[in-house]
Design a protein around this ligand. Structure first.
Ligand code: ATP
Ligand code: MG
Length: 180
């Protein structure tokens, strides 16, 4: 499995539709301060199910919608689609290409899609659980996260290792079974 493409429209500083193609190997995004590099990783975490506005560096979820500039009106909708190559069926779904879409309206309403089919947020979170690409997964280390990992409590650090090792899925299922 690898990331193929990210399509962004109306998300944070991306008022125009922007497509980022990831090639196999290393892709580096470079640009001056404030040009939107971190907004790209925010978009990836958001489409994977991030629910905390704070961790997307905003105060409320609405803050991720393009707020307008001197030359452009604010938008009322933000949409991000992440396309993954799943030829190796690493993700437990019967498609060779998987696209995940998340859309939010200024009214607060959200929509989620897997391969253009409407779904629940939970379906997306479940699909990526233990894939190493979940919203909290170790594969995305944002500015400041390194320090957080080093200084967090040992239980929190353990969670990071459990997700990395792929056992979090089983722990979550066990907990669910115990509550029944
Ligand atoms: P650095 O090199 O300093 O880390 P960066 O390239 O990572 O910079 P980002 O943090 O991705 O920069 O982008 C910040 C920019 O995004 C700011 O100019 C901010 O005004 C803009 N921005 C954030 N949210 C919105 C929004 N809702 N609408 C329009 N612009 C936004
Ligand atoms: Mg940055």
């Amino acid at each position: 499995m690898f990331l193929k493409r990210l399509d962004i429209v109306g998300f944070k500083s991306f008022a125009e539709r922007v497509s980022v193609d990831f090639v196999q190997g290393v892709t580096a995004v470079v640009g001056p301060n404030g040009s939107g590099k971190s907004n790209i990783t925010d978009a990836i975490r958001w489409v994977l199910g991030e629910q905390s506005a704070k961790s997307l560096r905003g105060a409320k979820m609405e803050d991720i919608i393009f707020v307008g500039s001197d030359s452009r009106k604010a938008l009322n909708i933000a949409e991000v689609t992440l396309t993954l190559d799943n030829d190796d069926h690493f993700l437990p779904i019967d498609y060779r290409e998987v696209s995940i879409t998340r859309r939010v309206y200024r009214s607060g309403e959200s929509e989620f899609f897997i391969n253009k089919q409407g779904c629940r947020l939970k379906d997306i979170v479940d699909l990526f659980m233990d894939s190493g690409l979940g919203k909290e997964a170790f594969s995305i280390i944002s500015q400041g996260k390194v320090e957080e990992i080093l200084s967090s409590k040992s239980e929190e650090r353990r969670m990071i290792f459990e997700e990395a090792a792929g056992v979090l899925k089983y722990k979550t299922r066990k907990k669910k079974a115990e509550y029944k």
